[in-house]
Design a protein around this ligand. Sequence first.
Ligand SMILES: [Zn+2]
Length: 153
Amino acid sequence: MRSMRAFLTRYPRQAAQETRTIMIPQGEPVPAGTYGYLEFFCPDTKCDCRRVVLSVMSRETGGVMATLSYGWETAEFYRNWSHGEQRGVDMVGVSLDPLAPQTEYAGYFLGAFRDMVSVDRAYRDRIRRHYEMFKRPGKHGGAYQGDEADKAR
Ligand SMILES: [Zn+2]
């Protein structure tokens, strides 16, 4: 698994339309504002890791409030994928990414995301579709615009 790359660097138009945002009103345990769940995927087309990393960013300040990992397949899938390693077990479901920036509000944004994907099938399907677009860019029409690393190759 190589380092993750932002969905919006390859598909800025879809990212603008399809990145989930939530609006937090006054009186919640996190600062009021608009927050986007920016999606990052592993760019290795030979790696079928089936997960997304989500960076929760404040639209007002640009600050990263939380970094989540979401693996939508079963525990068995990741166990097989990782040949039984612990990191395979850690990929199941929604969790805070232990290697990435977090804040005191990270748990709130994790809970909000867990609620969204548990009830919102369209959102789950959208994340999986974005993953497929990332892994098989040739099959999804002309929207692919490349990113800096791809241009440099
Ligand atoms: Zn991967």
